[in-house]
Structure formats: C-alpha cells, structure tokens
Write a protein that binds this ligand. Structure first.
Ligand code: NAD
Length: 972
C-alpha cells in the first residue's frame, strides 16, 4: 500500500481541499457538511447562493476568502452569484459521483463492469429517503426487485473470474444486493416486533425467491440499534421458512461497535449450525456511532455502542475470531478500512488453516483503493459496497463518508493525512494507560447542579421491557372491579353516585368505578385541608420535598402498572403512557429540588447595618383542577407543586380519567403525606369544580384544561365572596392551535415524520399538538404527497395493542365533536386524506385527517379541535408563513423545519409561542429541559417544569431590619 493515496485525500481534487480544511477547522467542517446536506433541496441558483452566503459569509464566521466562494456582499440573484452557485453545483455532483455509482442499477452497470474488470466483486446498495408511507415502501420493494433483475440479466456477460466466484464451499454469486429493511415497511416499530417482522417478510419473500432461483445473494444491512434485534429475528425467521431453509446465499451485517456484537455473532453461529445451511455475516464497525451515542445520552439509556474506538476495534477482532472458528456455518465478510482489523482476520484465518477464498473482504466504493489493490494482489476476494440512488439521500451518504474520512479516529485519515507510524497503526487495540473499558452508562449524569435528571423512558426495543409491560397490562385488569373512594383528611368516603370509567378502545370494558363528590364533600375537603394547613406549612421546605421524592420512588416502582391503567382508561399507547408516568416522576423530583433551593431566605443588598431577607410563604388552600389528557403527569405536577410550596391540596381530576387519579391518590398515601395535605375529590367540573373555584377559603386554583373553562374560572375566581380573606391566585394553562412551518429547504424526511408525530400522536389530543402545517410553496406539493401517504399508512386500532400507532379518542363526546369538524371541513375545505378505521372495532376511533384549502380565518384554522385533524396551508414566502403562524388567539407551541440560518433566526424572534421547537416535533416537552406553557389565550404565562413555576404557588415576603444599635452593627 505504501506510496499510494486514496483518491479522497488527493490534494489536487476539489474535495481534497475541502477535506483538508475540514480537518483543520471544526466550525468550517460543521458548516460545510450542513451545506452538503441541504444542497440537494435547493431548487435554483439563487437558493444555492443564498445558502452559501448564510453558511459561509456570516459575520460570526471567519473562513478564508476561498471558502466564501466570491459571494461576500453580492446579491444572491446577481450574475456573479449565479455563476458561483453553478460551479459549486458541478463540484458537488462530482464529489458525490466518487462515492455513488449512479441513480439506478442500469446507470451503474458501466461502473460495475469497471469494478469487475479490476478484479473486485460488488454489492449494490440502494440509497434512499426514509420510508414514511406504504406507497414509498412498495416503491422500494419494486426498486430492489428491479436491481435484482438488472444485475441478473446484465452480469451474465461479465467474464468468469475464479478469484471472485470460487470459494472453498463452492460458487459465489456475482449478483449481490444489500437491503435496508426499514425501507420496506413504513410502520416498522420495535415495540411490535411480530407485526413488523410479518410485514417485512411479506416484502422480502419475493426478493429472496428471485435471488434463490437465479443464484443471487441478498444481504440485510444493519441500521439503528433500535432495529437490531428485530432485523436479526427477521433474518432468522425468514431463513427458517421451509422454502428458504436450504438457501445459503443470504447474509446479515453485524456492527462491532455494539456491545451486543459478540453475543449476536455467537447467537447467529449457533443458529446457523442448527439450521444446517450456512449464512454469511458481514462484520462492520458501524455507521451510526454519533447518533447512537447522542440518542442514548438524550434518553439516559445505556449507550449501546462502545464509547472508545479501541473497544470497537477489539470487539471487531473478537467477533472475527468467533466467526472464523465457526466458518462451517457462518462465512465471514470482513468489512473494514482498518489494516490492523484486516490483518487480524488474515492471520486468524491462516492460523485456523483456512484457504484464502474462505473469507471475503469488503470496502466502500470510492474509498481505500490502495488496500483493495493490496488484498487483490495477495489473492483475496474483495467486494466493493456500491451505493446507487438519488441526489438527496446521496448527499446524506456523502456527508457520512466525509465525516468518516475526516474523523480523528479514522484509520484512513491517520494513515494518509496524519502520517501515523505503521507501528502505531498496526498495534493491537488496547486502552491507553490508565483507561478502563467503558460501561455505557458514563454519560448518564445529572443535568443541573441540583442533581436533576429526567426519568428515562422505557426502551421498547428491549425484549425485557416489552414483556414486563405486557405482564403489567394483564395484571392491572384484575383491579377493574374496584370502586375507588374519595379521600378526605386521610379517610376514605364511599358515595352512591359513581363514575364508571370506560376503556375507549373497547366500550364494554369498565376500567374502574370512582365515587362522585357532592358539594358537602367539597366543603368537608376544604375543612380537612384547613386543618392540615398550619402544620404542613410549618415544615421546613426540605421535609416537604422529601415526601415528593418518596412519591417519585413509589411511582417509579409502579410505573408499568400506572402506565397500563392509562392505556386502558384514556387510550394512550404504551409509549405515551410510559412517558406520562415519567413526567409525573420528573415533576416530583424537579419541584422537590427547586423547593430545597427556594426555602432558603435570600439576603438582598449587602449593606452594613441592614439585613434584608426575601422569602416565600404558602398561599393556603389549593384546588387543583386537571384535564384528562395527561391524566397522571398534569394532575400530579400541579398537586405536588402546590404541596411542596406548603399549601394543602384538593385534587379534582377530570371525569374521564378518575381511575388513574385514584391511583395517584393511592401512591400519595403510600408515600406517607400526612392526612389532609392531599385530598381526593373526584366529581363533575360544573359541580365540585365550580364550588371549589368560588369557595371563599380556597386561595389558589391550579387549572389546566380548555380555554372556555379556563376563562370561566378566571372570571369566577375574580369575584370576592363574603368573608374571603385572599385574592385568589389562578394558575391557568389552556389550549392551543399550534403550527409547524415547513421551509423550502426543510429536510422532508424529518418534517413529514415530525408533523405526523406532532399532529397525530395520542390522536392529536395534546395541548401541544400540531393542527396547522404551513408549507412554503416550493416544497408544498412534495411535502403534501408524502404527508398524505404517511397519514394513509397509519394503522388505527386499540391502544392496548402496540401494533397500532393510533388509538381511540377519549370518549364518545370527543369522537362526535371531532367528526363534526371533519364533516365541516369536508363541506367548506378539501379533505386530502383520512386514515381508515378498520371494521368491527368497538371503540371511539377517528381516522386521522388532513385538509387543505382552509382559509386563514376558517374554523379549522382557528379553533382547537383536540383530535387528529390537521389543516395544510401553502404560503409564498417566509413572511407569510410567520404571519399565518401567529394569526390565532393562542400561543402555546410552534415548530419550524428549516436549514436556513437566517430564517431560523427570524423564527426565534418572530414566532410568538410559549414553546418553539426547531427541526423537531412540537410535542413531548420534558421537565426542566423544556419548561412548558403558553400565553395569549393559551395560558397565564406560567411554565410547568421550569424554574419559575413554584413561585406561582407562594407569596413572596421581605423583611428589612435595621441591625445597627447605638452605632454598632454586627459584621456580616
Ligand atoms: P376541560 O376544560 O373540559 O376540563 C378540565 C378540568 O376542568 C376538568 O377537571 C373538568 O372537570 C374541570 N371543569 C370543567 N368545567 C368546570 C367548571 N365550570 N369549573 C371548574 N372546573 C371545571 O379540559 P379537558 O377536556 O379535560 O382537557 C383538554 C383541554 O386541556 C384542551 O383544551 C387542552 O389544550 C388543554 N390542555 C392544556 C395544557 C397546557 O399545559 N396548556 C395541558 C393539557 C391540556
């Protein structure tokens, strides 16, 4: 290999220069790769020039003149800009061609012929956008089929090459195709492995049959960790079917950067032995290291990948050994650009006495040419991994390759750019002195100085979690015959009047019965709260906080039980229900920590002879009136905020979610709150709710719910009753009519997925849900087609079954109200699509619907529907998008998908909402990280889960003392 340089590092070449500078300047690298990523969505020269300017000519960047492309201070639509943009476009296309062989298999044939001629085999990989709909999935299946057809027909005339076609076990197919399973089924989800595998097998069988009957090879690629187990299961399940049981030309990729890799290769080897027909394992390092690391850190999950490069390299060698030792059952395709890893495979194979053609090496098209050449010369079979595909996915692939080549730890970079010594490059992978093997949990650290960290959501890609959740789902049904009492002053009170809570997925199933409080009970509850008030308020803040910590622990222990109840009672799917419990736990822990801080008096103005202290006192008695849509989190959050601040509380849950509320009361009792501190008063809003709001002895109302009720409460609470001591404080969180803007340069893969998740997650019944999507004209048609098909692909069914992304709406009233809006939309606007609700379901199901041609002042554009109904708007420019986004009475959440730094800057300033989300969905706020709440008619500006929230539950007091007596003051 000595004396040769791979083409990407060739300095003469345009990209060589870019690479060189990227390695020197991290800021440039970020802008450059972001520009490459956005480039294919730019629809004309002006757009290209504008983005180049925004990325490279900003005042805060300091890139050399050569990388400002001559665009500094010229207009994007000028002739100069046009020419510069044209040049760049040409260069970019050239750069992509180095790594991508063509758009289709037919296009790539001449490249494949060349590859074959230079004594290299190939496998074709289809680059593509993420599959967001079944239409797209079917199209992928068709394209894979075409690739097989083209290769089978076209490679017949390729000359025979024993080096590439003879292995120790017999013939090696010329045709070799790599398949990404996530492209073949849009609803693939590890929470439902069986459903996902069944659907994928239906798509894969015809391809496998064609391969089997025509002597072709199919490899399943490995993608993100969440699909890993599912992909392995799919592979095994398909190849166990009688028609494929004897098929040996099938392979699967295993990523050595995963901590699971060794166990997985051993598992595959054992399984292949049992099957009796060998398989191939393509051993790779893995392409999504950054994603997996960041994602697991965000979720506070154990990092599935090794955190140190040497660990991956060492794991690669261990896996190589296992595979070679089992070569009769698993054939190794060793895919790496690291000479040490390749050398290890060679040496181990030699040691085991294997012939050269018993193993295969694989490397990427356009990279590491000297290595390929050297191995071929040594008489080994080398296969190039050759991507084909369109520009947009092509550029994303190019970014990955560029990142790989410029990474500090890239073997290629170290060898060809950094010139590390061979001794170092070939050293056995080992920790630097004093370093230990990582455990994957190092990154799970507190997020603030108080030690707060959000409770990690359950990772449903893990079998354990799915199985234990399933068990909890069964176990909780045993408690459905229970009647839940009121709890006042620690005593249970049963009433004759009850609410029977019904499973919205299955209307004949009662989830529990809850007693209904009368006005007398409300009076009693207020008295109980008054009796408990003084001693509770007198406790030091830290002691009250300790109860919240206990409550968090109780809920953590019972998390699956609590989540399961929500699945049954309000129709949340498993993930949403689990997130609701985690949010409740987060509220407890976060407010407890905040209270510990707030309970210390603050000294203000250090002036000699004067002591000024600011501190907080509780307001008194709090009525907590909650909605059903976050039945545990919001009820719990408002309750514990009030309680930790020293108030005593009367919880009035929403009628529809009284059972989960009763479970919360139960958990509070288990946590040991003194009697009367938290009282449970289920019942009707217009009855007990109204009484609580009006009652002279209620000092604080914490309300979350609809605008109509919220405004009514604000009004009523403003009336002062006879004998009322305090002005009532109302914490009031109301509805939204939230918009997401999709810019002309948005990543549509992300935007479609984000809008679907935001609009239809929990059937659109979130105050944060997106109900308007505002799309720039030039992206409108493409976005619309993909969104409509993605909506059509959604599967509607009982929320108890994780196979369905879309469950029921909460009750029959809600269903009728939403259907009313859909009928109105059909009359006044244009219905683009409504997802199908299967026949024979016995629940309150509404198929998600998308409308267009909705006037800006139309009801579908202005009113909160609180269901899976989305209105699409086409706008000519970003000004109009912002104006429309801000045009409702509400200001809760908003989102924007854009890759224009300037438009993002404008959005930050001009999109007036309580919670703005950039390039992500607009739902799913997390405690502390995304303090939640809106203004205008969305709320009174309090932020649940944020640092100011508790202050709403307290009154500030200040004491100023003159500490000087007779000219003497203590020193402080
Ligand atoms: P809702 O307004 O119908 O009911 C909320 C609560 O108010 C219930 O407990 C209900 O019993 C009670 N209530 C009703 N009438 C009352 C009255 N006259 N006096 C006192 N209490 C009364 O809302 P919902 O259907 O339960 O929840 C959905 C609404 O909540 C949506 O509008 C949604 O946007 C909003 N929401 C807002 C947020 C936020 O943080 N901004 C969060 C969740 C839900």
């Amino acid at each position: 290999m000595k004396g040769q340089t791979p083409s990407v590092f060739n300095k003469d070449w345009w990209s060589g220069k870019i690479m060189e500078f990227s390695m020197k300047d991290e800021a440039f690298k970020v802008e450059m790769f972001r520009f490459v990523d956005v480039f294919p969505t730019l629809r004309n020269h002006v757009e290209v020039a504008r983005h180049l300017q925004e990325y490279f000519c900003r005042p805060d960047t300091n890139f050399p003149a050569a990388f400002q492309w001559g665009l500094n201070k010229v207009k994007p639509d000028s002739m100069v800009a046009k020419m510069a943009a044209g040049q760049i476009e040409k260069q970019m296309a050239g750069m992509a061609q180095k790594f991508i062989a063509g758009t289709t298999a037919a296009d790539a044939i001449s490249a494949l012929k060349k590859i074959w001629k230079s004594d290299l085999a190939f496998t074709l990989d289809l680059l593509g956008e993420s599959t967001v709909s079944e239409l797209e999935a079917l199209d992928y299946a068709k394209r894979y089929d075409e690739i097989l057809d083209t290769l089978i027909a076209q490679t017949k005339s390729f000359p025979a090459k024993p080096l590439l076609e003879d292995a120790s076990w017999g013939a090696v197919p010329r045709v070799n195709v790599s398949v990404k399973v996530s492209s073949l089924y849009s609803q693939i989800d590890p929470i439902d492995p069986k459903g996902s595998i069944d659907s994928l097998k239906n798509r894969l069988r015809p391809l496998f049959r064609k391969a089997r009957d025509n002597g072709a090879f199919i490899n399943l690629d490995m993608e993100h960790y969440e699909f890993k187990d599912l992909t392995i299961e799919l592979f095994k399940s398909l190849l166990t079917e009688p028609e494929f049981a004897g098929f040996a030309d099938a392979g699967i990729a295993i990523q050595a950067y995963l901590r699971d890799a060794e166990a997985d290769v051993q598992g595959l080897a054992n399984w292949a032995k049992e099957r009796g027909t060998p398989i191939t394992v393509r051993l790779i390092k893995g392409a999504y290291w950054d994603f997996e690391t960041i994602h697991s850190e965000q979720e506070a999950w154990r990092n599935p990948v090794w955190s140190k490069k040497w660990e991956t390299d060492a794991c690669f060698e261990r896996c190589t050994k296992i595979l070679l030792e089992n070569h009769k059952h698993v054939r190794l395709a060793c895919a790496s650009h690291n000479v040490r890893s390749l050398a290890y495979a060679l040496a181990t194979a030699e040691e085991l006495g294997l012939p050269k053609n018993a193993i295969e090496f694989q490397m990427l098209y356009g990279m590491a040419e000297p290595m390929k050449l050297a191995l071929v010369k040594m008489g080994y079979r080398v296969r190039e991994y050759v991507p084909i595909g369109e520009m947009i996915p092509g550029m994303a692939y190019l970014v990955r390759r560029l990142l790989e080549n410029t990474s500090n730890e890239s073997w290629l970079r170290q060898t060809y750019a950094d010139g590390l010594s061979m001794e170092k490059l070939l050293a056995k992978p080992a920790p630097p002195q004093g370093h230990e093997q990582s455990t994957g949990v190092e990154h799970i650290k507190p997020l603030n100085s108080m030690g707060f960290r959000n409770a990690p959501l359950l990772n449903f890609a893990l079998t354990n979690n799915r199985e234990s959740f399933e068990r909890a789902m069964q176990e909780v049904t045993r408690g459905f015959d229970k009647t839940w009492p009121l709890v006042i002053g620690g005593s249970e009170i049963k009433t004759d009047r009850v609410i029977k809570s019904i499973n919205p997925s299955k209307r004949d199933q009662i989830v529990g019965t809850v007693c209904v409080a009368t006005l007398e009970h409300a009076q009693k509850a207020i008295e109980a709260a008054q009796n408990a008030s003084a001693s509770w308020a007198d406790l030091p803040g830290e002691e009250r906080a300790a109860y919240l910590m206990k409550l968090a622990d109780v809920m953590m222990r019972r998390r699956k039980e609590l989540a399961s109840i929500m699945v049954y009672e309000v129709g949340k799917n498993w993930r949403e229900a689990d997130a609701d419990v985690c949010e409740a736990i987060d509220f407890c822990r976060y407010y407890a920590l905040e209270m510990a801080k707030l309970s210390q008096p603050q000294r203000l103005g250090h002036v000699a002879g004067e002591l000024n202290l600011l501190f907080y006192q509780p307001r008194g008695i709090a009525a907590v009136i909650a909605p059903w849509n976050f039945p545990l989190a919001i009820l719990c959050g408002m309750t514990v905020a009030a309680a930790v601040a020293g108030n005593t509380v009367i919880m009035k849950p929403a009628e529809q979610s009284s059972v989960i509320a009763a479970h919360l009361m139960d958990a509070c009792r288990e946590a040991g709150f003194p009697p009367g501190v938290i009282n449970f008063l289920p019942g009707y809003g217009e009855e007990v709710g109204d009484l609580l709001v009006r009652h002279k002895d209620v000092d604080l109302i914490a309300f979350t719910g609809s605008m109509q009720v919220g405004l009514h409460i604000l009004k009523v609470a403003g009336d002062v009753a006879d004998g009322q001591a305090n002005v009532k404080k109302v914490v009031c969180e109301m509805g939204g009519k939230n918009a997401i803007i999709v810019d002309s340069d948005a990543d549509l893969d992300e935007a479609v997925k984000g809008v679907i998740g935001s609009a239809f997650g929990f059937q659109g019944q979130k105050c944060s849900a997106c109900s308007r999507v505002i799309v720039l004209e030039s992206a409108y048609e493409e976005f619309k087609t993909r969104l409509v098909e993605a909506t059509r692909s959604l599967e509607v069914g009982p929320s108890t079954d994780p196979a369905f992304a879309i469950g029921p709406v909460v009750d029959e009233d809600a269903r009728q109200k939403i259907e009313g809006y859909i009928e109105l939309g059909k009359k006044e606007n244009s219905l683009l699509v409504q997802a199908r609700v299967p026949e024979g379901l016995n629940g309150n199901f509404v198929g998600p619907a998308v409308f267009e041609n909705v006037p800006a002042d139309g009801r579908l554009a202005q009113e909160e529907i609180f269901g899976p109904v989305l209105a699409m708007f086409k706008v000519k420019d970003f000004d109009e998008a912002l104006k429309l986004a801000n045009s409702t009475r509400f200001a809760l959440t908003g989102g924007v998908y854009s890759r224009s730094p300037l438009n993002l800057e404008r959005t930050r300033k001009e999109f007036k909402v309580g919670n703005l989300y950039i390039n992500r969905k607009c739902t799913g706020a997390l405690v502390f990280r995304h303090p939640f709440g809106g203004f205008k008619m969305s709320g009174t500006g309090t932020k649940a889960g944020g640092p100011d929230y508790l202050l709403n539950f307290m009154e500030p007091r200040a004491i100023s003392e003159n500490t000087m007596r007779r000219g003497f003051a203590p020193e402080v």
